[in-house]
Write a protein that binds this ligand. Sequence first.
Ligand code: ADP
Length: 294
Amino acid sequence: MSIVEIRGLVKDYGKVHAVRGIDLDVEPGEVVGFLGPNGAGKSTTIRCLLDLIRPTAGTLRLFGADTRKHGVAARQKVAYVPAELRLPPRATAGELLDVLARLRGDCDAARRADVTARLGLDPTKPAKGLSTGNRRKVALVGAFMSRAELLVLDEPTSGLDPLLQQVFRDLVGEAKGRGTAVLLSSHSLAEVQRTADRAVVLRSGQVVARGTVDELRGTAAQRVEAVFGAAAPDLSAVPGLTDLRRDGRRVHARFTGPPEPLLTALAAVRPLSVEIAEPDLEDAFRTLYEEQPS
Ligand code: ADP
């Protein structure tokens, strides 16, 4: 049974078509990156999944249960870090976590102390004066101290000190190690690339790509640079080479597809050196957007 199963989700806010028919699955123990620029529809999808807002069309299941009809029990197995946090101003961070721990009833006190210390959260501070980053830390401690079977994290590191992003990645890895599934929404490719098993890329309310991080990377153009002993040869006939630029004894280009034609062509013209940079998800994302302009 999938932990999350979304089929044909559509959500309109009046005339705004925020989500236009998306499918999304999260399997047990899997970390799924939910990627897309701001306004792509990530929060809307998550809020429909947690039944905080009503979908226009589509079916949503959490732990096999229809979220509209039988969602209450399923939602108890979920810990959610929303993109925008409102905390009651008078309580301290520690008091809020006490309330959350009582409400949830599934929290691990040792883990709470550990995550609080690692994120550098001062639990005695009143919520009122907390910065965005510190409010987010409260929510992250709340999620990671729980024994939830699914963590739904909506832009969890926005506002966090970059040094803490490594701590966050470690926490996701440890949760995965305990068998927890994670749906991680982010506009940061670097974050998803380092933590997720799979990614679903959303754009303007539609899925434009999905696959393992390696598969998405495979769709990206690699950067190629070759240096020759004399004037660089013309490589424009090589299939898969684009953005070709000749600069004296150097050739720069981008390359997609299987490498064999490129390697064969290069072997024939005997370069002094060749450098092929492995694409990262950032490049994959760019390629995807270039191919599908809005
Ligand atoms: P993301 O989480 O990817 O940044 P959102 O789901 O927040 O995207 O937003 C998707 C689209 O829906 C955007 O165009 C946004 O402006 C719009 N939107 C989000 N919430 C509302 C709302 N309550 N009313 C009207 N439009 C909304």
